[in-house]
Design a protein around this ligand. Structure first.
Ligand code: NAD
Ligand code: MG
Length: 383
């Protein structure tokens, strides 16, 4: 039986790589749903090439364009966020790859988990915003959440087969991004073109800026906490510029496992889609002789304050990570439009964390309202 796959966010960096994986393993997977926000042209191209049964364009103003282009192709076309949610909760697929970027990915992932589905999760913001509620849904509905983020895939691969309670701590590796070793007097002037040049990974714009500011690693600490049911103290970060070790787990007996490979998101995507099986492929192999030195150093959280702010939000709990995420989405968007400076992003996030009222045990609706409120507040700091 082939696995029927829904790719939410198929036009993005993760989405397009997932299509390559699915195409390379037509014996294992068949495509059921593709979704895009506003890139109608690419969605139409993908639909004609990969032949899913359904597509969703969440920007409703593009519905006619997509529907006209696919008329006669026997592909059902839907539009709007409600369709994303309805199809995520439907029986039409077996595994949903959540590869929408940002808070926008939360509602469809929740709809899938409420139906006890298997979700391959790339959208880390879902767990940052509402990790407690998402984890409760997973256990209540016997759903599965399989990580796609390379660090979390690494940890997942290290703990497969280990007993519950065997983990002492995890160590998330960070590449350090394009500004590794730089200080504030340099960072004050950096612009988006430079920040978008990641040394090891090619990714969507938002996560690339998050990697440059180390917010990505902060979001990943919170993501790991909920995925693996860890205490805050069990989560460490180390800068490893080569991005060969994707993360490590230390067990209670002191033994440490690391998962390694060349930086290529297709591997964690394939692992998540095919889990629990490992599937042969022709990806380029890592060789030790090409990497004679793998280096490790502490992160400079005085310069890259976003990582410190994220850690603080994780320890504070409640709606603090939701505030952090919403403020970050606004400032990253503004940085990409040259409206705020690189270092100013942390100032605005910090102000939002100070000003938005703390809620210790938020409901899902509290998170939705908190996201809206924080976005408005963060926007008010931007000229
Ligand atoms: P991207 O910007 O390249 O693609 C985002 C996708 O989401 C697109 O298909 C877009 O149409 C869709 N989208 C955007 N806004 C939407 C909205 N409001 N409603 C519905 N759909 C919307 O992003 P990406 O780099 O592929 O990242 C996707 C997610 O995966 C992010 O959460 C990111 O943190 C995570 N992730 C990405 C990588 C990577 O290598 N790119 C690695 C690890 C984790
Ligand atoms: Mg990652």
């Amino acid at each position: 039986m082939k696995k029927r796959v829904a790719i939410y966010g198929s036009t993005g960096s993760i989405g397009t790589q997932a299509l390559d994986v699915v195409e390379a393993h037509a014996d294992l997977f068949e495509l059921e749903i593709l979704t895009a926000h506003s890139n109608a042209g690419l969605l139409i191209q993908q639909a004609k090439k990969y032949r899913p049964n359904m597509v969703v364009i969440s920007d409703e103003s593009k519905y006619e364009q997509v529907n006209d282009a696919l008329s006669g192709d026997h592909i059902k076309v839907f539009a709007g966020e409600k369709s994303l949610i309805d199809l995520a909760g439907s029986d039409s697929y077996d595994i949903l790859l959540a590869a929408i970027v940002g808070f926008a990915g939360l509602s469809s992932t929740i709809a899938a988990l409420q139906q006890g589905k298997t979700v391959a999760l790339a959208n880390k913001e879902t767990l940052v915003v509402a990790g407690d509620i998402v984890s409760e849904l997973v256990s209540k509905h016997h759903a599965s959440l399989i990580p796609v983020d390379s660090e979390h895939s690494a940890i997942f691969q290290c703990i497969v087969g280990e007993a519950a309670g065997a983990v002492e701590k995890i160590v998330l590796t960070a590449s350090g991004g394009p500004f590794l070793g730089k200080k504030p007097n340099y960072l004050i002037n950096v612009k988006k073109d430079h920040a978008l040049q990641h040394p090891n990974w090619t990714m969507g714009a938002k996560i690339t800026i998050d990697s440059a500011s180390l917010m990505n690693k902060g979001l990943e600490m919170i993501e790991a906490k909920w995925l693996f049911g860890l205490q805050n103290e069990q989560i460490e970060v180390i800068v490893h510029a080569q991005s060969i070790i994707h993360s490590m787990v230390q067990f209670v007996d002191g033994s440490m496992k690391a998962q390694m490979g060349l930086p290529d998101m297709k591997l964690p995507i394939q692992y998540a889609l095919a889990f629990p099986h490992r599937v042969q492929n022709d990806f380029k192999r890592f060789e030790f002789k090409n990497f004679p030195s793998l280096t490790f150093e502490a992160a400079d959280t005085k310069t890259f304050r976003n990582l410190a702010l994220a850690k603080e939000a994780m320890y504070k709990g409640g709606n603090a990570p939701c505030v952090l995420n919403a403020a970050n989405e606004v400032v990253v968007d503004a940085f990409l439009k040259n409206k705020v400076g690189f270092l100013e992003m942390s100032d605005i996030i910090e102000s939002c964390l100070e000003k938005v009222a703390f809620i210790e045990k938020p409901t899902l609706n509290d998170y939705v309202l908190c996201n809206t409120e924080t976005r408005a507040l963060a926007s008010s700091f931007i000229k």
